[in-house]
Design a protein around this ligand. Sequence first.
Ligand SMILES: [Mn+2]
Length: 369
Amino acid sequence: MTLKKEELTALLCDLLNSTSGTSPLSTVVSEAKLLTLIEASKTLLLQQNSLVEIDPPVRICGDIHGQFPDLLRLFGRGGFPPTANYLFLGDYVDRGRHNLETIILLIAYKMRFPKNMFLLRGNHECEHVNRTYGFYEECQKRYTSTRIYEAFQDMFNVMPLAGLVGEKILCMHGGLSPELSSLEQLRQIKRPTTAMQALEVDLLWADPIIGLSGYQPSMRGAGVGFGQDAVSKICTDFNLDLIARAHQVVQDGYEFFAGRKLVTLFFGSSLLRSFIVWQEIRFSRIFNIRMRVLAVVFALVAASSAFLFPSAGGGCGCGAPPPPPCGCAPPPPPPVPACGGGCGGGGGYAAPPPVYAGPPAGGYAVAGK
Ligand SMILES: [Mn+2]
């Protein structure tokens, strides 16, 4: 079972053009086609390594949680694949209203551009979590069977648990583990896995704790909490500049820890700040890579209001053309998420996304090895 490039392109177009929500998802992507896509993506994920090792430039993004309109806005700002490379840190499903569109679009991109799109696993890509936080219900309701849900679990079980960008930024959904002693250990993680081993659980669930020394059991009831000394030790031992993780809602979409050796990224509400734009790495290899990353993050934050809601655009950050200077009604405010906790909900679709027109003749740079 496989899908041709043309079929994937057609599927991407259908998904991106179906955002008015007028057709049921199951008619846009049939159950049979979706099962084929999931099966094919499983095969692809297993062909790539357990530790995803990629070269920059790549954009590293935090939790999406079914907020499909925000995902489209992210691509609208950052570039639709493969015009930019992406590494997502997991938690695609649960809590939001469009879990299926979100995960289907991401795996379709992964299939179509396997070396430009990378998807790590989050703790919500585990059956014992997503059975109760919304994904199971949505699959049942929209595809009227549990086949799709079960197929997704098989795919989640082969997703990689960690990433390494430019040999300097270690990425995972949750955090560090007292079991982690080498990068090689991450490369050796066997898949499929239900992620119940201690190291796997920590990669998906752990959180940094201010003031803590070493590790302690997490108040979440799964994984550990870790202190800044644990971050420093791993950075020194593994020769890293930064740990990038997600998993926690942070006020500005990002938050540093341990003297900026760790950053938490969360793509909550309608914020677009929680992704790192890391460019010109070829030059930055000879500089301190971490400082360059931080400089870019700060540049984004400093320009955030213009970045999110450019005055030259339609006013809503959707990239629509500006309204005519006719003194007509001001543009609508940016959409406000239903939940202030950054956990999704989201309104309807704010704007139609650009239609995918296929790659340019010259092709794109790839991040994957
Ligand atoms: Mn999480």
